[in-house]
Design a protein around this ligand. Structure first.
Ligand code: DGY
Length: 381
């Protein structure tokens, strides 16, 4: 039987409770566990609702607070690692993780993962159609970094390496619990490190496609993603130099039609984002820019007064990313802000030159981009 875990911080209690109810109705699920960051409103709302859901569905509904396991900012990583420990101490055969804020979550998500696991996969990842300007950390940071650093590996082809929706068997959970890097990664970098470590272990991996998409809360300005960006980049950088082996092939379910709501959606607010390039400049950032090619330095410096981003095409992003890998200091505030501005410029360039041309065009472009990066990096050696 399976355990479903929803890690959460502050979410809409009605969304979380509805998701717990849906998960607990599934015939394969005998327990649902909510892992909260702290005992706040969402936590208490689920606590209050739990007995009734258990009564209706016959599944056990439990709550736990995340434990302090890692050494970075206490965040999602601690919650997921708390979940892994809970799972391995239980008698369940399989563990599912789902983000707590998904409005489109349904029992079908569990079905798809269970069916793939029945066919022998130890790791099943869900992937979704996402708005063309959503997933900008996934594409510009994680997938780009994986292509640059491990161009011959399976990592290049994993659709959503930051996805928080996945199934693990006990063997897969054990691989993660035994890896000190995973234990240390208490922040947003957890998904990157899970993906890396599971891929390196060569466990059979399937990706299943969820056609309705992951409808969840989107962002206002890109500034909402600042901490996640910094932590996800630092996680990729921290893995640099590790050997992963070459591709072993994994199953990816073919994507189907994309719902109109996803195809037409914009992932962030353009107007408030433009201003971010002009704000929070320091002399330290200006000095760090000296490490970058002249057109990047001059372009970004001009953005102090006018939000320029025309220089940040895919080639320039590749070069800038390499420099970031060599020099970025995860503890440095100037570095964090400069990384953020470079990424904002990249996302704006992509939005203006690619995303505006439509959903299908953008999706092809992004897939081609990471494969081209991998080829270029493999050639460069
Ligand atoms: C990503 O890039 O995948 C993050 O979830 C932000 O959209």
């Amino acid at each position: 039987m399976s355990l479903v875990i929803f890690p959460f911080k502050q979410e809409r209690p009605d969304v979380l409770i509805a998701n717990v109810r849906k998960a607990s109705r599934h015939a394969r699920v005998s327990e649902v566990l909510g892992i909260g960051y702290e005992n706040e409103e969402t936590y208490r709302a689920l606590e209050t609702a739990a007995p009734a859901i258990a009564g209706e569905t016959g599944a056990e509904i439990n709550l736990a607070l995340q434990r302090r396991i890692g050494s970075l900012r206490p965040g999602k990583g601690d919650a997921m690692n708390t979940g892994l420990d809970y799972f391995l101490a239980s008698s369940h055969d399989r563990l599912h993780f789902y983000d707590a804020d998904i409005v489109s979550f349904g029992e079908g998500w569990i079905d798809k993962a269970e069916t793939a696991a029945d066919r022998g996969y130890d790791v099943v990842r869900h992937y979704f159609p996402r708005a063309r300007t959503d997933a900008m950390i996934t594409w510009m940071i994680t997938r780009t970094g994986f292509s640059l650093l491990w161009p011959d590996s399976e990592l290049v082809h994993i659709e959503q390496p930051l996805g928080g929706e996945l199934l693990l068997t006990r063997a897969a959970a054990k691989v993660l619990v035994d890896e000190p890097r995973v234990r240390a990664q208490s922040d947003w970098g957890i998904d990157t490190v899970y993906t890396f470590v599971l891929t390196r272990a060569g466990l059979p991996l399937a990706e299943v496609y969820i056609p309705e998409g992951k409808i969840h809360k989107l962002y206002g300005a890109l500034s909402d993603l600042r901490t996640m960006l910094r932590e996800c980049f630092a996680a990729v950088q921290s893995l640099r130099g590790l050997d992963i082996g070459s591709g072993y092939g994994h199953e990816i379910e073919r994507p189907g039609p994309v719902p109109a709501a996803v195809a037409s959606q914009n992932g962030y607010n353009l107007e408030t984002t433009l201003r971010l390039l002009t704000e929070n400049w320091t002399q330290g950032q200006e000095e760090l820019l000296e490490l970058f090619p002249g057109h990047v330095r001059d372009g970004l410096l001009e953005a102090r007064t006018y939000p320029r981003f025309g220089y940040m095409d895919d080639e320039t992003w590749y070069e800038s990313y390499r420099i970031l890998l060599d020099h970025f200091d995860p503890a440095g505030e100037d570095w964090a802000e400069l990384l953020f501005k470079l990424w904002v410029a990249r996302v704006l360039h992509y939005t203006a030159n690619v995303a505006l041309r439509g959903f299908d065009f953008s999706s092809r472009y992004l897939h081609d981009m990471v494969v081209a990066y991998a080829k270029r990096s493999a050639r460069a050696g």
